[in-house]
Design a protein around this ligand. Structure first.
Ligand SMILES: C[S@@+](CC[C@H](N)C(=O)[O-])C[C@H]1O[C@@H](n2cnc3c(N)ncnc32)[C@H](O)[C@@H]1O
Length: 268
C-alpha cells in the first residue's frame, strides 16, 4: 500500500470537490435532522436547559461543535464535514461503538440516535466534556449511550466494565495524546505497538483512526517537552502502519481536515 503522509498528495480538484460537496450537502442535512420536528411550547425550564446545554456545546475544539434543537442534535459545519466522511465507513448495522477522546459526545449520540446503535460509548480524560455529553444524553433520553471519564488504559484493562469489546472503535485527533501523554492524562505509551495492541484487544471488527502522525504537526507543548530527538524516527506514519499490520488490515480512506484517515479491519 502506498503510504499517504500529507493531504498535499490530493489534487486541488479533489480537495475543492470535497469542500463543495460538504457545502452543498450541509443545508439539506440540517433540514433532514429537523424533519418532522414540531416545535411545541414546552415548559420554560426545558427551553432553558436546552439553551444552557447549547452554550456548553461550543468552544474548543471547533470541529466538535453542535446544537440541540427540539430534541435533535445538529452538527456545526466543520463537524458535519467530518461526520459525512466518517459515517460512510461505519458497518451497517452498527452494533457497538466506542469513541476514544469523545469530547462532547456528538459521534456517540449520533450513532445511538440516528443509526440505532444499541451500545454506543464515549470516553475522555477531560471531565467537563464527559459531564456535558452525559447531560446531553440525559436531556435527549438517548437509549444505549454511555460516557465515562476514562482512558485507554482503563478500558483495555477491564473492557467489560465499559460495555466492551466493541465492533467499531474510533479515535479521531487523539492518537498523539496516547503516544506522547498530555496534561490531562500523563499515560504516554511511546509505542505504536503497545497502543495498537490495546486497541485491538477492545475491538472486534473495525478501528477508525485519523491522527497527527508527523512531528511537525504535533501541538507545541508536546514538541517542546518531548526528550531531545525522541520520536524523530519512530513517530512517523510509516512506523505506525508497520505496527498496525500485526493487528489490522489497513485501508487509507482519505483525509479528515489535513490528517490521514485509516480504516483498519481486525485480523482474525
Ligand atoms: C482534538 S480533540 C478531538 C475530539 C473528537 N475526537 C473529535 O474528533 O471531534 C482530542 C480529544 O481527546 C481527549 N484526550 C486527550 N488525551 C486523551 C487520552 N489520553 N485518552 C482519551 N482522550 C483523550 C481530549 O480531552 C479531547 O476531547
Amino acid at each position: 500500500m502506498k503510504t499517504p503522509t500529507s493531504i498535499r498528495e490530493l489534487g486541488w480538484l479533489d480537495r475543492t470537490g470535497a469542500k463543495v460537496c460538504s457545502l452543498a450537502g450541509y443545508p439539506r442535512y440540517r433540514r433532514e435532522c429537523l424533519r418532522g420536528v414540531v416545535p411545541v411550547r414546552g415548559e420554560a425550564s426545558t427551553a432553558q436547559t436546552q439553551e444552557e446545554l447549547n452554550q456548553r456545546m461550543s468552544g474548543y475544539p471547533r470541529n466538535h461543535v453542535y446544537r440541540i434543537v427540539h430534541g435533535r442534535i445538529v452538527p456545526g459545519f466543520r463537524l458535519y464535514e467530518r461526520l459525512r466522511i466518517v459515517t460512510r465507513i461505519y458497518p451497517d448495522p452498527i452494533h457497538s461503538f466506542l469513541d476514544i477522546g469523545c469530547c462532547r459526545g456528538f459521534y456517540v449520540l449520533d450513532a445511538a440516535l440516528r443509526l440505532g446503535c444499541p451500545r454506543a460509548v464515549g470516553i475522555d480524560v477531560h471531565e467537563p466534556f464527559i459531564t456535558t455529553a452525559r447531560d446531553a444524553a440525559q436531556y435527549l433520553r438517548v437509549p444505549g449511550a454511555a460516557f465515562h471519564y476514562a482512558s485507554l488504559e482503563d478500558v483495555s484493562g477491564t473492557p467489560q466494565e465499559f460495555g466492551g469489546p466493541f465492533q467499531v472503535v474510533m479515535l479521531i485527533g487523539t492518537y498523539h495524546y496516547l503516544y506522547w501523554g498530555s496534561s490531562l492524562c500523563s499515560t504516554a505509551y511511546h509505542s505504536h505497538e503497545e497502543i495498537l495492541r490495546r486497541l485491538a484487544s477492545i475491538c472486534t471488527h473495525q478501528l477508525i483512526i485519523s491522527a497527527r502522525f508527523t512531528m511537525d504537526r504535533l501541538p507545541r507543548d508536546i514538541q517542546t517537552t518531548r526528550p531531545e530527538g525522541h520520536g524523530n524516527e519512530t513517530y512517523t506514519v510509516e512506523a505506525f502502519l508497520q505496527s498496525a499490520e500485526k493487528f489490522f488490515h489497513t485501508h487509507h480512506a482519505g483525509y479528515l481536515g489535513v490528517y490521514p484517515l485509516f480504516v483498519m479491519t481486525k485480523r482474525t
